[in-house]
Design a protein around this ligand. Sequence first.
Ligand code: SF4
Length: 271
Amino acid sequence: MLKINEIKATSIISKSNLPDSDYVINPYVGCNHACLYCYARFMKRFTGHDEPWGEFVDVKINAPDLIPNNTFKYRGKSIFIASVTDPYLPLERKYQLTRRVLEKLIPLRPKLGIQSKSDLIVRDIDLLKQFDDCEVGLTITTLDEKLQQELEPTASSPERRIKALEELHQAGLKTYVFIGPILPLLTDWKKIILATKHCTDFYMFENLNLSGGGVKSSVGAWLAACHPEWQTEYDKIYARGSDYWDKMETEIKEFCREHQIEARVYFHHGK
Ligand code: SF4
């Protein structure tokens, strides 16, 4: 059962520690896409929630009002929406926070990056087109709908995400697919590229990082309950000294070079 709280935030544009972003905006706290591998579950600690991750969302109802007017501070700076929630949660249909944040950002002329697992993102094509510099991404971790339902229960199906990408691309927006986290043995990244390259300008890749305790226990419990047959292979891949990810990173870079695909690889190697 989703617990929804309307809250008033004190600020909305935060300094980013993500690669390639100066600032981040998170219109919501929590995320009911409830992805099994979500690294953002650490947010529970900072926000005093004891509900399971995915079962609460705080709605920052004043988010658009916190975007300043008439400032040059963000001109040409990269702002990413969103780092610890999805800007197009089902609740966004009602609250329209992301939409109203975008309206306020356009005159500030930042370099915008926005990424979602929901096809609701196409609702805002009219606004996204008004940014001087805008990259719009859909995350795809698998094309297998059954597996996607296990991993990301309330997000759009892979098919709907691809349709959204097509619509964004046809509207003239710069699109990307975030293939991440790559789940060993499960994420067929080549298949995802082949299914989307007609409507995608570039790709980002991230591997599944199990160094966070919350992610490790969530993914571990899922493997044990639903896919015990993969456990041994996962143990080998995540064993000290494994070169699994080094090899995959090389393979991705070679594949993308051969196919003249722009690739941005953000792999964690546990080093
Ligand atoms: S959409 Fe992103 S923030 Fe939301 S649960 Fe999934 S991984 Fe976490």
